[in-house]
Ligand binder design. Structure first.
Ligand SMILES: Cc1cc2nc3c(=O)[nH]c(=O)nc-3n(C[C@H](O)[C@H](O)[C@H](O)COP(=O)(O)O)c2cc1C
Length: 248
């Protein structure tokens, strides 16, 4: 199945050159996509607002989580941005790159790798996040401070992944304050995604992927970024297969 899916994704990326390969910057393409989206995720520039409307709710079990159908709908919105270079000669090779503070995204990433046969690479913070760091109720916790400042770039411990070896990059992270953690900004800015199809995915308490992929695409400034989507912590391998197929 992988043999079928990845070439189709590559073709999708090529077809998407009108969206991915124009002279538009990643930022402007992302802005256009942003305008087209109907999701109600709030921007994290106002952390106080995000905290009231999203994060506090996320850990409540009764909060209705967005599910795979929502994810599929996200995915079908297709490309969000890119510089649109011709794909490199990387065949169908794929890699799952993820950051996970408490293991949820890690589990999903491992299932994507199992389904696709992709390599897998973990983004490890140079300074690991403690429980206190992850306390969003604390206005002075590390994550609160980081997410309050879009310019923070937490260091990655050993960022050795060679994206040049891959045509497709699944890029996973938890949602923090409605957005990707700042360490994902570090990763996006550190790598050249030219000619690659990038598929963002996230886990969260309930928030959708929102604009997080668009934000990372704008920071990266290259690559063909699909909309991707939010995946449930307990998503099965067959559901992951359906999600990937839905992007074709
Ligand atoms: C600092 C922080 C902020 C969070 N903000 C949100 C949020 O805005 N929306 C949401 O649904 N979940 C939020 N969560 C919950 C995580 O997204 C969720 O638990 C995720 O699956 C954790 O993934 P991980 O185990 O891979 O780190 C937040 C968690 C933390 C620690």
């Amino acid at each position: 199945m992988k043999k079928l899916i990845l070439p189709i994704l590559a073709a999708l990326c090529m077809i998407g050159l009108t969206a991915c390969g124009t002279a538009e910057s990643a930022g402007s393409s992302a802005a256009e996509h942003s305008a087209a989206q109907t999701e109600t995720v709030q921007e994290t520039d106002s952390l106080a607002e995000a905290g009231q409307s999203e994060s506090v709710d996320t850990e409540q079990p009764e909060a209705a989580p967005e599910s795979v159908p929502q994810t599929n709908a996200d995915a079908q919105t297709a490309e969000v941005s890119a510089a649109g270079e011709a794909p490199a000669d990387t065949g169908n090779a794929a890699v799952v790159v993820y950051f996970s503070a408490t293991g949820t995204t890690k589990g999903v990433a491992e299932r994507i790798a199992a389904v696709t046969g992709a390599d897998i690479f973990e983004i490890v913070p140079a300074e690991p996040y403690t429980d206190a760091d992850l306390d969003w109720h604390d206005n002075n916790s590390r994550t609160t401070i980081e997410m309050n400042d879009p310019n923070v770039r937490p260091a990655i411990a050993d960022d050795t992944v060679r994206l040049e070896d891959y045509a497709t990059v699944y890029l996973g992270y938890p949602i923090w304050w409605g957005d990707a953690p700042r360490i994902m900004s570090t990763f996006a800015e550190a790598h050249d995604f030219s000619g690659k199809t990038v598929i963002p995915f996230c886990t969260s308490g309930s928030s959708p992927i929102g604009q997080s992929g668009n934000h990372l695409a704008a920071l990266a400034g290259s690559g063909c970024w699909l909309a991707g989507g939010r995946l449930e912590a307990g998503i099965s391998e067959s559901e992951i297969q359906d999600w990937i197929s839905s992007m074709n």
